[in-house]
Design a protein around this ligand. Structure first.
Ligand SMILES: Cc1cc2nc3c(=O)[nH]c(=O)nc-3n(C[C@H](O)[C@H](O)[C@H](O)COP(=O)(O)OP(=O)(O)OC[C@H]3O[C@@H](n4cnc5c(N)ncnc54)[C@H](O)[C@@H]3O)c2cc1C
Length: 357
């Protein structure tokens, strides 16, 4: 249950929320993570920790426990196909982040387990099954409204971190106008028991417009083959997905013995259009909520900006100023990193996957 007052309320239990909570740990501020789903919750994601995210987690949270790791655990990089039937080229992780101190390989994880573990390791209390609804102000207090079991709950806080993902309700509570101008690209995935002639340990990416309005991916995880694609404008995403799996059957010997999971979600175009929204005053937006995503490598951005949100709040609590000022400075590097990765993909692929028609 929620208390009547906190110093910091963090909405969302993904990597951004966990990193914010971790940065606040043991610093004397009363904080809570509030999550709308029941934990552990499924998040549609390839679940690949790119080398930077791997290091951020190892440095702050320690070694990944066994239950978090998927099979095969090691991911060697991306493999990209620009035109159906054309070559598939290796695209190692170092293309996007050339820091020599990073491992070459990524690691494949179960997102539900990873995120739940990160939140528990942050030491913060967690209230799940509780959805942020709206925000008002009363002097210096933020008055926060939540829904739980069909009832409205209210709490107060000095600082709020919106770490509530792509369709952030905290962001919407700050500006409904901003929300209306976002492009949301539908994504759809299926998990199969079956066979395919693509190698485990690689994330295969397909960019041809016949099978995606964004990009399409195939990879192996925990004994399954997972295929996903983003939809094209003016067409149901399932139609595009059908063409993608038909292509995989024909070109890569996909045999579907059983379909074990079907999921959809939306991705926004904020980073790809340089339209970041880090928040206002003492309300900070971290991770996807703020638009931070390195063209698909969103866990890294979420960890970095979540941590920056926590640290900026500590700074503001000491100085008495607003948290958004130190936060704007703290996320400047990550904003540039997101833009650079998007530009790198755009020049390699010849188009921006988030803004193509
Ligand atoms: C198909 C796909 C594949 C991807 N693959 C990768 C990958 O392999 N590697 C990678 O680095 N990135 C990947 N990403 C991106 C990555 O999943 C996201 O960038 C990352 O999860 C962002 O973390 P976050 O903490 O900002 O938000 P999230 O992880 O989305 O967490 C937000 C949390 O907030 C909760 N929430 C939402 N609304 C409310 C509310 N009103 N009240 C309370 N709680 C709320 C949600 O339930 C959720 O738990 C992928 C994304 C997609 C769509």
């Amino acid at each position: 249950m929620l208390d009547s007052r906190y110093d910091v309320v963090i909405v969302g239990s993904g990597p951004a929320g966990a990193a914010a909570a971790h940065a606040l740990r043991g610093q004397g501020l009363k904080s809570v993570i509030v999550e709308k789903a029941t934990l552990p919750r499924y998040k549609m994601c390839s679940g690949i920790l790119f080398p930077r995210a791997k290091k951020l987690i190892a440095d702050a949270f320690g070694p990944l426990p066994k239950q978090v790791l998927s099979e095969p655990a090691c991911v060697y990089g991306n493999r990209a196909n620009l035109t159906l039937g054309g070559p598939i080229a290796d695209a190692p992780f170092s293309i996007f982040d050339a820091d020599p101190s990073l491992d070459k390989d990524g690691v494949s994880v179960k997102r539900a387990e990873l995120d739940h573990w990160l939140c528990r390791e942050s030491g913060s209390p967690i209230v799940d099954g509780c959805s942020f609804d709206d925000l008002s102000r009363d002097g210096e207090d933020l008055v926060l409204e939540f829904r739980r079991d069909g009832k409205t709950l209210e709490t107060r806080a000095r600082y709020l971190v919106g770490a509530d993902g792509t369709r952030s309700s905290v962001r919407r509570s700050l500006s409904r106008d901003f929300e209306q101008k976002l492009r949301i690209i539908p994504n759809y995935e299926e998990w199969y028991v079956g066979e395919i002639d693509l190698e485990p340990g690689w994330l295969y990416m397909f960019f041809d417009e016949r099978v995606t309005g964004y990009f399409a991916t195939v990879f192996h995880k925990d004994g399954h083959i997972i295929a996903a694609t983003g939809g094209r404008k003016g067409e149901p995403v399932r139609d595009c997905f059908g063409r993608f799996t038909a292509y995989l059957e024909k070109q890569h010997g996909l045999v579907i013995e059983q379909t074990v999971n079907r999921t959809g979600c939306g991705v926004h175009d904020m980073a790809a259009t340089d339209n970041f929204f880090p928040g206002q005053q003492n309300v900070l937006l971290a991770g996807e909520a703020g638009g931070f995503n390195r063209c698909g490598e969103g866990i890294t951005s979420a960890l970095l900006t979540g941590r920056a949100a926590g640290e900026s709040i500590l700074h503001a609590a000491q100085s008495g100023g607003s948290a958004s000022e130190p936060y704007a400075a703290a996320v400047a590097d990550e904003t540039e990193a997101c833009k650079l990765v998007n530009q790198t993909v755009e020049s390699a692929v010849g188009l921006n996957p988030f803004t193509r028609d």
